[in-house]
Design a protein around this ligand. Structure first.
Ligand SMILES: [Zn+2]
Ligand SMILES: [Zn+2]
Ligand SMILES: [Zn+2]
Length: 154
């Protein structure tokens, strides 16, 4: 019978396997902690049917992956979307008023001014509603003037 030369690694892994069989423990390749085999997920392709990294390390890896692959952006988008939804639910009249203005402009009923009605600035203009019930009664204000208007109001 041929005696195959095995590498030190092979012996080490054999020893590790025996250790598993006897003690029901494994050493995690990632964190080097010896843990119970139940702390390792099952893997059909691995020799002893177990993964070589513990569940804790694996879940951390998953989390790292999530954080590195758009997890953060995903969360901010979700936050913004939720905020918008909340605002819409809390102030349906505001949303309706804005919608009516957009429609009126599209139909040519309403014409958006080209400069702020307060300071004459020609930057980005907002349609401000002094009264949200009069949806087409808008004042065209630049962003700073509009912000000021609402700060005084509230
Ligand atoms: Zn581990
Ligand atoms: Zn202005
Ligand atoms: Zn306003």
């Amino acid at each position: 019978m041929d005696r195959t030369q095995h590498s030190a690694d092979w012996y080490k892994s054999r020893k590790a396997d025996r250790h598993i069989a006897m003690s029901g423990e494994m050493m995690c390749k990632k964190c080097s902690m010896v843990k119970d085999v139940t702390e390792f997920g099952t893997h059909p392709n691995m020799l002893n049917g177990r993964r070589t990294t513990c569940k804790q390390c694996r879940s951390k890896e998953t989390l790292d992956w999530f954080n590195n692959h758009g997890g953060k952006e995903f969360r901010t988008i979700e936050k913004k979307r939720k905020y918008k939804e909340q605002q819409r639910a809390a102030h349906p009249e505001k949303h309706k008023a804005r919608n009516d203005v957009m429609n009126a402009i599209r139909k040519g009923i309403l014409v958006a001014k080209e400069s702020c009605e307060r300071c004459g600035s020609t930057g980005l203009l907002h349609g401000h509603h002094p009264d949200y019930k009069k949806t087409l009664d808008v004042e065209w204000l630049c962003v700073p003037c509009h912000t000021k208007e609402h700060t005084i109001e509230e």
